[in-house]
Design a protein around this ligand. Structure first.
Ligand SMILES: [Cu+2]
Length: 178
């Protein structure tokens, strides 16, 4: 009984470690970015970076616009004149997109201008190698059934991590009941 408990808790620790490693290895996603428009003739921050598929949300604190320098191309937007509220544009194409406030500046100006950088997409980030983990010697593991760790994509890794975490919790629960 004591041995079983020791194996159970050891297994649990190993599974949790594996789950954490897989989670940490999952690519970190950038998030939508919020730009404050005013107060003053300023976009803050003046430069934001997003990944394709993510949005920039301009939060208007005063009467301004957010207007792309270019009126043609993959990313064109114009909030129109806004005194308050938000305007958002979802960026899909990597590139550097300067914009301006039509009230206080002009394309290419410096009075009230900003830049959106869209970086990444389609490019697989270099995976961080996982240090090899020691394989447990005991085989009496009712929860893992000796399934080999498969080569998985990032979403697969996430599912795998969740499954491992669930198995670890199950092992902890079972060992606690004895
Ligand atoms: Cu303005």
């Amino acid at each position: 009984m004591l041995v079983k408990r020791a194996i159970g808790s050891g297994l649990c620790g190993l599974l949790v470690t594996c789950a954490l490693a897989a989670l940490l290895d999952a690519p970190r996603l950038r998030a939508d970015q919020t730009v404050q428009v005013g107060p003053g003739t300023v976009f803050s921050p003046a430069t934001v970076t997003v990944s394709p598929g993510e949005a920039v949300v301009w939060n208007f604190n005063e009467f301004h616009t957010s207007t792309s320098d270019t009126a043609s191309g993959p990313e064109v937007w114009d909030s129109g004149f806004l005194l308050s509220g938000t305007f958002s544009h979802t960026f899909t194409t990597p590139g550097t997109y300067p914009y301006y406030c039509a009230v206080h500046s002009f394309p290419g100006g410096t009075a009230m201008n900003g830049v959106v950088q869209v970086v990444g997409g389609g490019v697989t980030p270099t995976p961080t190698p996982i240090p090899p983990t020691t394989t447990p010697q005991e085989t009496a593991t009712p929860v893992s059934s000796g399934t080999p760790i498969p080569a998985l994509g990032s979403s697969g890794r996430m599912l795998f991590a969740l499954a491992l975490a669930a198995a670890g919790l199950a092992a902890l629960f079972l060992s606690g009941r004895r």
